[in-house]
Ligand binder design. Structure first.
Ligand code: SDX
Length: 424
């Protein structure tokens, strides 16, 4: 039911009345669907001002630097919740009771193993393949193993697919790392928590099983929480668009992984570390800031800026605090952290960044923590994808469990008008 009306007046045509809806938070939206019958399209490359859907999962206030998951601020979830509880919240809409949490944790634990044949699938890749290339392939291939649960209109199939994806992403991520390192893959263990298990599969070997530091496991878990969901970002919108064709959930998540890989999106955490390596020393910061400001130079300050946040990304603040905790726990004095902090200080004092509301985003500090945890740079976006899986699945499920239409944008065509094939 429209709350208000808008009028679109195009010269020489009668005014077009459009409904306007208000959400519980955020800007009003103008429903432009009626424009097609008036022979008019909207034009919004990059979807700067387009709401693609109605959702109840996550709300972002870019001006205030607010991020809510089902109404709960990310700062509170990062401090008081854990990743599996956040997964439950995103999927179900409410925090679990103690009994629900125990059941959910156990259900996830009972789905962490992958089919043994999947190991053979990995063997088709070169050992030096980029981990995200392997993730795209392996996650997409999961649908080949689960013929029993691909009816997207069956809520039970959607539920078991969500469980399988959340449970198996860490196992696959660790398998991909072990494959590139030439080490044997480690099976998941049901006596460990989700993030302990991931670090176990990543860094233990059959020759030596070391206990996982609870501080590092907590830091890993918090990194997953900070990446869990972020409204209609590029990869989540990709998952929704793929899902709108009726594709199975594994194919949709594989599409999301592919979209996340780009350096403008989830690939930024890897790009931040490479940028800090390239800058090398505080004395070079000014020249790189100049490059970032130069319109003729494609270089951008990785980990800075955001389509929605025109204030600090609240996740970056928590990430920076976690960074200090992890480096303190490990007794690491990382020169790259010093360099990052100096870069942040100089950039934030520069009018170019201030005028454009360019602040550090979630990716600016995450790479430094991941490096301190011993995770190789090329695995950073795999970590992001593992953390983002519950968000992708929650949005896919929200779309499929409500009336939806296949996503099919239109265009402003500026090519040739009709012409005839030349007589030869
Ligand atoms: C993520 O959408 C999400 O929610 C994503 C994410 C999630 O959780 O899913 O939050 C995760 O992807 C975080 C962003 C990670 N990417 C980076 O850190 C890469 C560097 N950042 C930029 O590529 C850029 O800031 C984007 C892509 C993040 C946002 O780009 P926009 O919204 O399209 O903004 P824009 O390119 O139009 O920039 C506006 C102005 C431009 O200058 P003018 O043309 O106005 O003169 O700011 C400039 C840009 O050139 N600018 C930068 C810059 N980012 C924007 N200049 C230098 N360095 C930068 N990083």
């Amino acid at each position: 039911m429209a709350d208000k009306k808008a009028q679109l007046i195009i010269e020489g045509a009668a005014p077009i009345e459009l409904p306007v809806y208000s959400g519980t938070l955020g800007p009003d939206v103008v429903d432009v669907r009626g424009l097609t019958s008036e022979g008019v399209f909207t034009f919004d490359p990059g979807f700067m001002a387009t709401s693609s859907c109605e959702s109840k999962i996550t709300y972002i206030d870019g001006d205030k630097g607010v991020l809510l998951h089902r109404g709960y601020p990310i700062e509170q979830l990062a401090e008081k919740s854990d990743f599996l509880e956040t997964c439950f919240l995103l999927l179900k809409g409410e925090l679990p009771t103690a009994a629900e949490k125990e059941k959910f944790d156990n259900t996830i634990k009972n789905h962490t193993m992958v089919h043994e044949q999947l190991k053979n699938f990995l063997n088709g890749f070169r050992r030096d393949a980029h981990p995200m290339a392997i993730m795209c392939g392996v996650v997409g291939a999961l649908s080949a193993f689960y013929h029993d649960s691909l009816d997207i209109n069956d809520p039970h199939h959607r539920e078991i697919s969500a469980i399988r994806l959340i449970a198996k992403m860490p196992t696959i991520a660790a398998m991909v790392y072990k494959y590139s390192a030439g080490q044997p893959m480690m099976y998941p263990r049901n006596d460990l928590s989700y993030s302990e298990n991931f670090l176990h599969m990543m860094f233990n070997t059959p020759a030596e099983i070391k206990p996982i530091s609870p501080v590092l496991a907590r830091a890993m878990d918090r990194i997953f929480v900070l990446h869990a969901d972020h409204e209609q970002n590029a990869s989540t919108s990709t998952v929704r668009l793929a899902g709108s064709s009726g594709a199975n959930p594994f194919a949709c998540i594989a599409a999301g992984i592919a979209a996340l890989w780009g350096p403008a999106h989830g690939g930024a955490n890897e790009a931040v570390l490479r940028m800090l390596d390239e800058i090398g020393d505080v004395s070079n910061i000014d020249s790189f800031i100049a490059k970032a400001k130069d319109k003729d130079d494609p270089f951008k300050l990785m980990g800075f800026g955001h389509r929605v946040y025109k204030n600090f990304d609240p996740r970056a603040r928590v990430m920076k605090q976690t960074c200090d905790e992890v480096l303190g726990e490990l007794g690491i004095n990382d020169p790259q952290l010093e360099l990052a902090m100096k870069l942040e200080e100089i950039a934030l004092s520069d009018p170019y960044f201030a005028e454009r509301n360019l602040y550090p985003n979630v990716d600016f500090y995450s790479g430094i923590i991941l490096k301190a945890l011993g995770i190789p740079t090329e695995m950073f976006t795999v970590i992001f994808a593992t953390g983002r899986t519950p968000g992708w699945i929650a949005h896919w499920n929200e779309m499929i469990s409500n009336p939806y239409k296949i996503g099919r944008p239109r265009q402003l065509y500026t090519g040739y008008t009709q012409r005839d094939y030349p007589n030869k």
